[in-house]
Design a protein around this ligand. Structure first.
Ligand SMILES: Cc1cc2nc3c(=O)[nH]c(=O)nc-3n(C[C@H](O)[C@H](O)[C@H](O)COP(=O)(O)OP(=O)(O)OC[C@H]3O[C@@H](n4cnc5c(N)ncnc54)[C@H](O)[C@@H]3O)c2cc1C
Length: 225
């Protein structure tokens, strides 16, 4: 994606050095974000609705009940703005106003279209399931024809997108850099807790391979940190 013109809706104005406009930065943030927020406007009223998402090449996939307002509005082809945020740390300066957050975020614009072919819906539902937990699709009952009828899938073709990334310590002014107040970064990450069985008679079912693999990846990532 080319760098947007200054007047463009995608051009980050404040702290432009933190902005990125290339797929190599934007797509990994979208793929790592557990959820997105979908912004749209109806009769002058803005709405921002959180949702599960998945990415399929240059499109974002969402799913939902066919009669939900979000799905109905998107299926009508209205423009939308979708944001994704990964919170990486509290940035604690010595002055109240030098507090900040380390983050990776994306804002994108696009138009939505319904995904209606059963094969494409199936593929979208696979991507959405795999976005939640890689490997899960192979472990579960695939959607039936009835499931497919009861689930709407929407694709948002990405027209333009920007990322903004903040890393590093707080930026205190020289006068504030005194040793009597602790300053620094408290790293934050999303950690999975102990899995809780569903509570059916099959409570002794061993933990699934996809869940075990998730914890192994989490352990490896924490060792690297
Ligand atoms: C977790 C988090 C916390 C933040 N906290 C604050 C805060 O407390 N105060 C504050 O002023 N700012 C905060 N920001 C930054 C904020 O998101 C905007 O970047 C900021 O308001 C400056 O916007 P602007 O005036 O440059 O651009 P705007 O005119 O608001 O936006 C222009 C365009 O730039 C792009 N853009 C703007 N911000 C982002 C972004 N974060 N990621 C990707 N694209 C973007 C969008 O396409 C947007 O349409 C935070 C960001 C994150 C991710």
């Amino acid at each position: 994606m080319p760098e947007p013109a200054l007047a463009s809706r995608s051009h980050v104005r404040q702290l432009g050095a933190r902005a990125h406009y290339e797929r190599e930065t934007i797509y990994p943030i979208i793929d790592a974000a557990p959820l997105c927020h979908v912004g749209f406007e109806i009769d002058g009223q803005p709405y921002v609705i959180p949702s599960l998402h998945a990415r399929d090449r240059d499109a974002i996939l969402l799913h939902g009940a066919p009669d939900s307002r979000l799905v109905r509005h998107l299926c009508a082809g209205h423009p939308v703005c979708v944001s994704f945020t990964l919170l990486d740390g509290w940035v604690l300066g010595r002055a109240a106003c030098s507090h900040s957050m380390n983050y990776r975020s994306v804002v994108l614009f696009g138009a939505a279209r319904p995904v209606t072919s059963p094969a494409q819906k199936l593929r979208a539902l696979e991507l959405l399931t795999e976005h939640m937990l890689p490997g899960r699709w192979q472990e579960v009952r695939p959607p039936s024809e009835e499931d497919l009828c009861q689930t709407a899938v929407v694709a948002i073709d990405i027209e333009e997108a920007s990322a903004k990334v903040r890393t590093g310590p707080p930026v205190d002014s020289g006068a504030d850099r005194t040793p009597d107040i602790w300053a620094g970064v408290v790293p934050l990450c999303m950690l999975a807790g102990t899995p809780v069985p569903a509570g059916s008679e099959q409570d002794d079912t061993p933990l699934s391979g996809a869940v075990r693999a998730y914890f192994e990846r989490q352990d490896r990532a924490n060792k690297v940190k």
